[in-house]
Design a protein around this ligand. Sequence first.
Ligand SMILES: Cc1ncc(COP(=O)(O)O)c(C=O)c1O
Length: 372
Amino acid sequence: MIPITVVEFGADTERLVLEVLRTGRIAQGPMVARFEAAFAELVGVKHAVAVNNGTTSLVAALQVLDLEPGSEVITSPFTFAATLNAILEAGAIARFADISAEDFNVDAASVRERVSARTRVLMPVHLYGQTADMDPLTEIASEHGLALIEDAAQAHGATYRGRGAGSFGIGSFSFYATKNITTGEGGVITTDDDALAEKLRILRNQGMRARYEYVMLGHNYRMTDLQAALALPQMQRYDEVVDARAANAASLSAGLRGVPGLVVPAQLPDRRHVWHQYTVRVTDDAQVSRDEFVARLNEAGVGAGVYYPRLVFDYDAYRTHPGVVIEDTPVAAAVAQQVVSLPVHPHLSSQDLETIVTAVHDILGAPDGGSR
Ligand SMILES: Cc1ncc(COP(=O)(O)O)c(C=O)c1O
């Protein structure tokens, strides 16, 4: 089976982890500080505050805004549950704008329609490694005085018109095991705002500004030096990793363009896509349903994933939750029935890429109606 993700660490990572172990200082320390500096540079911001996972980073980003009860956050309905869980944990109300089928991210026109007198935060999600259309979203945020929190869990190093994902407002990233850069579990919050960064550092450490000087309610959101040691070598190699992912994506798109009933993902001209996922859409014109397509890919030895099969609020736990406002998002609803992610990770061989392309053609039929 060609897996959808592969996690591999080299000798440099082993050395760095051993270095941490031998210091005997395994909680948050100098390695976390080094990682924060490297990550801030990648995003192009002054501050990166490392935390224990991506969900925490979203919660912390919301908590430092001191939202009043009833504050609304507008986000995407086509996202991982963490986005919604974080909004609800922060005590806010979640509202949903529709998405664009082109980049799978919130559509600014729909966001604009949903801004109300209670809206306080826009939370676009940069899904699959490509940013949302940030210019109009930034414009809406500044017109209405809204905070912008970017859920960039899947978009490390992505850019929009040359600016890093996570640099438009408060950025939130995840380093979960399958992410482009991983620490097993981990997260980071990015910001250019000195006061906000300071507040985030205090919040992550029990609300403590200096030893036993508690200045706010806090939490333990800290990352460990062992986790940071896993990330540092990946940061050094990251451009190569993105280049390999982009080359794999280009090769898949060259092989798959024109297959009936299949839409290959768009790399939009003003953005650097970091190809966390390579996600096609299986439309009504396809010879088989999306779910059968996935089953047959698996039979052919191709790992494929559906991220995500349902809209984020479309579960009993959320449908009746007072903090969830269910709204009509027809594009997102249609897209959730169509998406399939194919392997795009940097460990794919040219033979693997050929196997994936051939399997798709065999299932959906070549453009001439024949099979390869
Ligand atoms: C879009 C999105 N938001 C938030 C998260 C939460 O990150 P974590 O799993 O590190 O808590 C993830 C990843 O898992 C994600 O994909």
